[in-house]
Design a protein around this ligand. Structure first.
Ligand SMILES: Cc1cc2nc3c(=O)[nH]c(=O)nc-3n(C[C@H](O)[C@H](O)[C@H](O)COP(=O)(O)O)c2cc1C
Ligand code: SF4
Ligand code: FES
Length: 555
């Protein structure tokens, strides 16, 4: 029987780490004390978005959104709001214009410019209950393709939608499906890439935690389209909640006959297994990921052959990102035309971003492609805290670059970002204010890629370390003007000659900061000055002597 009220308690990883489970248990107990169990339902959901304000809670259908709820607040919420109908104002979002927060009616600025397609179920349904997913149209898209469409029609629909891979490179998804279908092979595989190694990124984790069935459904549709019977989801071990919910979802889907043999009583059979990664960034690269699933060391190999031709155990393999798969059911149900009507000429649909750094509202957001950086930072993100000046955004994590505030009107789409020397990447966005030193920021990302390089090829293994050492010198006041040219030349050379995407993109943070914030490098070198006050300059040390000079007179 439907209840009078639903209390949605966010059980995404961030809210759980802020003790949302205690809030839920207390809520259960207080509702019981007041005999309200039959009237009020508690639903534990995936991430609702504003993680930093957690634990968050949404009372439905009132639409009252509570933030930073404590165990001691629960009694008051039940007595005042649930029994007397008077929402507890002090616990609501503090933005003056959003006293009453209704996500669907978009009354709150954080949600206003968002368009939730991939995240439409995240924060609304219980991800551990397949019936809640089915109740909101779950598995209807799979039923539709299996009973009404040929694999070729499914691929055609995906091509027409214009969906591009959300894992970083933006390759057209339908085309990848077509190539995999057309690759000769008696056995084919579908792989979902949930490695998500970019520092600060948690989009895929949130989807797997908040709506795992949407990924399973997308994979099953892809398997039907390419002719696969077996799928694998590769998730990093640091995501235990995502793994737990995915495991549960797979079991439930099997129980309901939505995975396994003769799905919907058709001849189509498909099943999924989880493979857990040990947390190496390079294992997100598709050929390294394949090697890792095969039980080998996770190292990239040269392409071609591409996984679509020769992937897992040498068989044609379709690899897509978590978010890419989560888009599929919406395209099938609403049509490619609908999907293609969202976004820009070349970038269709929406993109999920993990918004972090010096911005008021951090968290998980989903926006239509083409929204500007300014809208993302100021309208959704609520601007920069403490009246500081907006300096730049770092988009695309360690493979991406910085876009300075002067370009804030740039639309977020694959091409516009590329023109500025960065990439969409998987969706990490770090907002930077005037207190960020751009040289130090480039050094931070280089430090990460040096650590994560698999060491297989020289430009990446040695070249990146050399770039890092130069940056380290500059941030310590020991840089030379020639270093700037070396950084640029070496960076370009590493990009050109590295074997995989890690080395091919790792110099981007250095090159983009040099492009837009060159004067900061010069100040560090010439004036021993860090305008952000981050770098600590050492006393001038003995002039560094090159190896050639040291060997003069010896050899
Ligand atoms: C170093 C490196 C790390 C990567 N990490 C990921 C990742 O964590 N998740 C992901 O989906 N793609 C990652 N990729 C991209 C994958 O190689 C591949 O392009 C992607 O999974 C394809 O899916 P898509 O077409 O749906 O984007 C990474 C690439 C490189 C070079
Ligand atoms: S570019 Fe770097 S990560 Fe990629 S194969 Fe070469 S050494 Fe390994
Ligand atoms: S985990 Fe609760 S709002 Fe993101």
């Amino acid at each position: 029987m439907p209840k009078r009220l639903d209390i949605l308690v966010c059980s995404g990883a961030a809210c759980i780490s802020n003790d949302s489970t205690t809030i839920k248990n207390r809520l259960q107990a207080v509702l019981k004390e007041h005999n309200l169990e039959d009237e009020v339902a508690i639903v534990e959901t995936g991430c609702m978005g504003p993680c930093e304000l957690g634990p968050v809670m949404l009372v439905y259908p009132d639409g009252v959104f509570y933030i930073r709820v404590k165990e001691s607040d629960v009694e008051e919420i039940v007595k005042e709001h649930i029994i007397r109908g008077r929402p507890v104002k002090r616990l609501q979002w503090t933005t003056p214009e959003a006293r009453r927060i209704v996500e669907e009616k978009k009354q709150i600025p954080f949600f206003e410019k968002q368009l939730k397609i991939v995240l439409s179920n995240c924060g609304k349904i219980d991800p551990e209950n397949i019936e809640e997913y089915i109740a909101v149209g779950g598995y209807e898209a799979l039923a539709k393709v299996l009973t009404e469409m040929t694999p070729e029609q499914v691929i055609e629909e995906m091509i027409n939608s214009g969906l591009r891979g959300r894992g970083g490179a933006g390759f057209p998804t339908g085309l990848k499906w077509k190539v995999t279908r057309e690759s000769p092979g008696d056995e084919k595989f579908v792989v979902c890439n949930g490695d998500e190694g970019d520092p600060g990124a948690f989009m895929d984790r949130a989807i797997l935690e908040g709506d795992p069935h949407s990924v399973i459904e997308g994979m099953a549709i892809a398997a039907y389209a390419i002719g696969a019977k077996q799928g694998y989801v590769y998730v990093r071990a640091e995501y235990p909640l995502a793994i737990k919910r995915l495991e549960k979802a797979i079991q439930q889907a099997r129980k309901y006959g939505l995975l396994g043999n003769n799905i919907f009583e058709t001849s189509f059979s498909f099943d999924i297994e989880i493979r857990i990664g040990a947390g190496a960034f390079v294992c997100g690269e598709e050929t390294a990921l394949i090697a890792s699933i095969e039980g080998k060391r996770g190292q990239p190999r040269p392409k071609p052959p591409f996984p679509a031709q020769k992937g897992l155990w040498g068989k044609p393999t379709l690899i897509n990102n978590v978010e890419t798969f989560a888009n599929v059911r919406h395209i099938i149900l609403n049509g490619s035309k609908w999907f293609a009507s969202i976004g820009t000429e070349t970038s269709k649909g929406t993109k999920v971003f993990a918004l972090s750094g010096k911005v008021n509202n951090t968290g998980l957001v989903e926006v239509p492609m083409g929204i500007t950086i300014k809208e993302l930072v100021f309208d959704i993100g609520g601007g920069i805290p403490d009246n500081k000046k907006f300096k730049a955004v770092q988009i695309g994590g360690p493979s991406g670059g910085c876009v300075p505030a002067d370009y804030a009107d740039t639309p977020i789409d694959y091409e516009s970002l590329r023109k500025l020397g960065t990439i969409m990447g998987s969706g990490g966005v770090i907002v930077l204010d005037e207190d960020t030193c751009m040289v130090n920021l480039a050094k931070f990302f280089l430090d990460f890629t040096v650590e994560e390089s698999c060491g297989q090829c020289v430009p990446c293994r040695i070249g990146l370390k050399h770039l890092y050492d130069i940056l380290d010198r500059i941030t310590k006041g020991r840089g030379k003007m020639e270093d700037i040219e070396t950084l640029e030349k070496l960076g370009e050379e590493i990009k050109r000659t590295s074997l995989c995407g890690l080395g091919q993109s790792a110099p981007n943070p250095v090159l983009s900061t040099l492009r837009y914030f060159r004067e900061e490098y010069i100040e560090h070198i010439k004036d021993k000055k860090c305008r952000a006050g981050v770098c600590q300059f050492e006393e001038a040390k003995e002039e560094e002597v090159s190896l050639e000079e040291k060997l003069k007179g010896i050899v």
